[in-house]
Design a protein around this ligand. Structure first.
Ligand code: SF4
Length: 425
């Protein structure tokens, strides 16, 4: 057994608590096991333990083997003088505090449920994508809901972090923060990193000031993305390149390496070039867009605001200078929903928290609750295991759970994992 499992056993009380006694034979009962200390010092703080009729209030230290008390030098450390109990698996060594007094010891040997170590190892070392897969059908919905809710909070906090970072680097300018959130989200996964780089290099204030100048905004987006470095292949390409040359000098802009953007194995409708054109179309009415998204509450109205019209050129081009068959160039419904989830929700959440106006946080959650769940391989895997996402709120949480807990084997920090360990499955 390792230290982590032993700590979990104490934390969640996964042992037989009937007729406990200290290793010296005094009757003992646990009033409160204390709270887990992740900093320096004893493992559990503020515990309450009744030993031979006296109630003790203080810290608890855990070791697999009692002798580790000495090996870790706790007998010379004043910080451990407040330990009221030493919990071990194997005893056989009397432990003294720095002040010379003995620490009462409780051994959990033969009190830990058989099979617990095997269950823990299975969750920790299984090669399955979702290690608790076999146990999931037997786990109460209460724990599954808890895991989903916890993962949702984790996701919102993780996604909020970069919004905060942007807020700081833009000196509190919410317009540029939302513009960055939007630009970054246009990578739609495959080109996420490239569009993040794009967002970092765009002249945000200039774009905010360029309302209704689609040509200029398009030239800046394509230019910064490195798409206007080549010789022009048609009139549109040439005009954009001319505008970019002017803006690049005027604003001292740098272009990225175009190879950052991936075209391979993508459907033409997802090409980064068409995404840049769609982003430009949205940004030409940026102030109106942001104002509208902040103030309307119905999902259809938000989706309408995101439904920007593109110039005819893009109905017959997926890339600059390369003519193809006619197609619909506007953002699909699915893409607009994804942008609401990835750009608007974290923005509103941080805006609400930062300004103290909780209504925006509620609105962020409401958007997730009202949007349909995403449909991707991970959500389908959860579905196959009987865990259904009924809204984007659920699917966002399940994506987070899989990415940051299941894949990292952090089951001991997950309500479902604890339910698996505490049950007799
Ligand atoms: S983290 Fe939770 S949901 Fe994921 S495999 Fe572990 S116990 Fe299951």
């Amino acid at each position: 057994m390792n230290e982590e499992l032993f700590q979990l056993i104490w934390l969640h009380g996964l042992f037989d608590m009937d007729q406990l006694s200290t290793t010296s034979g005094l009757p003992l009962s646990i009033v409160n096991r204390g709270y887990h200390n992740h900093d320096a010092g004893p493992d559990f703080l503020n515990a309450r333990i009744l030993i031979d009729g006296t109630l003790w209030f203080g810290q608890v230290e855990l070791h697999i083997n009692a002798i580790q008390w000495q090996q870790h030098q706790h007998h010379t450390d004043k910080a451990y003088n407040s330990c009221i109990l030493h919990v071990v698996l194997d005893d056989g060594f009397e432990c003294l505090r720095q002040d010379g007094t003995p620490v009462p010891c409780l051994s959990l040997k033969n009190r830990v449920r058989a099979g617990l170590t095997e269950q823990y190892d299975y969750l920790k070392f299984s090669s399955a994508q979702i290690p608790c897969n076999k146990a999931l059908p037997y786990i109460s919905q209460v724990y599954i809901r808890q895991a989903i809710d916890q993962a949702l909070v984790d996701r919102l906090e993780r996604k909020s972090q970069w919004v905060y970072d942007w807020l700081q680097s833009s000196n509190g300018d919410w317009h540029t923060v939302f513009l960055a959130a939007l630009a970054r989200s246009f990578g739609f996964g495959t080109n996420g990193e490239a569009f993040e780089q794009l967002a970092l290099n765009l002249p945000m204030l200039e774009i905010c000031k360029s309302e209704n100048n689609l040509h200029k905004i398009t030239a800046i987006l394509f230019g910064v993305a490195g798409f206007l470095d080549e010789a022009p292949k048609d009139v549109m390409h040439a005009k954009l390149r001319q505008e970019w040359t002017f803006q690049q000098q005027r604003l001292n802009l740098h272009s990225l390496d175009k190879s950052l953007f991936k075209f391979m194995r993508m459907r033409p409708g997802n090409f980064p070039s068409i995404r840049l054109a769609q982003l430009a179309a949205l940004l030409q009415n940026f102030q109106q867009l942001l104002h509208g998204l902040m103030n309307v509450n119905s999902i259809p109205s938000m989706l309408n605001l995101m439904d920007a019209e593109l110039p005819d050129y893009w109905q017959s081009h997926y890339q600059l200078g390369i003519e193809g068959k006619q197609h619909q160039a506007r953002l699909s419904l699915n893409a607009r929903q994804t942008l609401l989830i990835n750009a608007l929700v974290p923005f509103l959440f941080v805006y609400g928290k930062h300004t103290g106006d909780e209504n925006y946080c509620v609105k962020a959650l409401d958007i997730l609750q009202k949007l349909p769940p995403e449909d991707n391989r991970i959500i389908r895997d959860w579905h196959d295991l009987g865990v259904e996402a009924t809204s984007a709120l659920d699917s966002q949480a399940l994506l987070e759970l899989k990415k940051n807990k299941c894949s990292a084997r952090l089951c001991s920090n997950c309500p479902i994992g604890i339910a698996v360990l505490t049950s007799q499955l």
